[in-house]
Design a protein around this ligand. Structure first.
Ligand SMILES: O=C(O)CCC(=O)C(=O)O
Ligand SMILES: [Fe+2]
Length: 387
């Protein structure tokens, strides 16, 4: 059976953009995580999605990270997105801040960087060298291209095509695979909770880590970002070969996540984990300073942060034979009041803005506690941050 017809239109491809040249891979000997690679072009073959579910099951529960390949976008189309990101960050700061995210509303959409949310942030603060430009879904709830800077305006149709192709070829297929893993009668259970046309706080993010001096890297404990879980359903990372991303292994040590050409790196995030009764693992990850031969390179990424629709209740999926057998239903956290995804996302973003960025020194919580001790309750849900 072919994937259901699109509920939204994928616009036609436009003429190609000049590609952003790739950098060589690191020659450093690093401990890489071993991750499965899902060939999502198998999805529509007979027995394809069931085979993919089988392949993914262990990683979903135990690892929370995997790769996706053959997703129907050429390397050239991916490179174009890196070129657009590069052009955005090369704009003068005065121009970028015109499109600054509404941090008072704890929104991420638009430009963020030290100049926007923390003008006096220390240069060794993990957030000092990060800039992002976030674009929400291409739906009527969000402003059109006129609300964005030149490089986004000029490439609007291309970005829309890219985002919707990813939604159709990767996200919807993964959501069906997740339902098959849980043995749900309704394979579209998660798809129906991630409808493109319905408001949700998903976004496409161009993200740049600017290379820093050795001395500053040392003060920052050799980290670009400290350990965390993502808050949405899944995160997709289109990457260049600059190593940095690390996942916390079951033995308590971090492993590097290799950028593999032709793949998207995917990780499971908190909200999907919550919907699965925490059976799906929201992976703990961080970004290290790159290995010595890449430390001088700026590190650009193109990411998708996927979330369920705002009107979806944060509640564990019912009637999963797998969750039943695994005893997940017997040990669920009680909730006294219903919570919807929109409220949860907003409260969590507020918490991240107020607490996670408010660190007095690299690697420490604001009251001096170690970062791996940071634990809080947000909208009645326990959240944690790690070193
Ligand atoms: O840049 C990366 O590789 C990962 C970024 C990340 O973990 C995040 O933005 O949540
Ligand atoms: Fe993350």
């Amino acid at each position: 059976m072919a994937i259901e017809t699109l509920a939204y239109e994928v616009p036609l491809k436009k003429k190609s953009y000049s590609p952003y040249s790739s950098t060589p891979e690191t020659t450093a000997e690093l401990e890489w995580a071993e991750l499965v690679n899902l060939d999502v072009s198998q999805f529509d073959q007979p027995g394809g999605k069931e085979a993919l579910a089988k392949q993914l099951k262990y990683a979903l529960h135990n690892v929370g990270f995997f790769y996706v390949s053959n997703f129907g976008l050429s390397q050239e189309e991916v490179d174009e997105q890196f070129a657009i990101g590069k052009e955005i960050f090369e704009l003068p700061l005065e121009e970028k801040v015109k499109y600054g995210a509404d941090t008072k509303e704890f929104s991420y959409n638009g430009y963020t960087g030290p100049a926007v949310y923390e003008p006096d942030v220390k240069e060794y603060d993990p957030k000092h060298n990060i800039q992002s430009y976030n674009i929400p879904k291409f739906i009527k709830d969000f402003p059109g291209k006129e609300a964005h800077p030149g490089p986004v305006q000029r490439n609007w149709e291309k970005i829309e095509y890219f985002a919707k192709t990813v939604q159709h070829n990767v996200i919807e297929r993964l959501l069906i695979i997740f339902a098959i893993v849980l043995e749900l009668e309704d394979e579209r259970y998660f798809v129906n909770r991630h409808q493109y046309e319905i408001r949700g706080e998903d976004h496409l993010r161009y993200m740049l880590y600017t290379a820093r001096d050795e001395e500053i890297n040392k003060k920052a404990q050799e980290l670009y970002s400290t350990g965390h879980t993502d808050l949405g359903s899944i995160t997709l990372l289109f990457r260049q070969p600059v190593a940095g991303l690390q996942v916390l292994n079951s033995d308590g040590s971090y492993r590097w996540v290799k950028p593999v050409k032709g793949t998207i790196t995917v990780n499971i995030a908190d909200t999907l984990s919550l919907l699965s009764g925490r059976y799906f693992k929201s992976s703990i990850h961080r970004v290290s300073v790159p290995p010595a031969d890449q430390q001088h390179l700026d590190r650009l990424g193109v990411l998708f942060f996927i979330r369920p629709n705002n009107n979806v209740p944060v509640e564990v999926v019912k009637n999963s034979p797998l969750l039943q057998r695994e005893g997940v239903y017997d040990s669920l956290e009680e909730r006294s009041e219903p919570l919807d995804v929109g409220t949860w996302v907003k409260e969590r973003q507020k918490h991240i803005f107020k607490n996670v960025y408010d660190i007095t020194d690299a690697g420490q919580g604001k009251e001096g506690q170690e970062r791996n001790e940071l634990e809080a309750e947000v909208a009645g849900i326990k959240v944690k941050y790690w070193n």
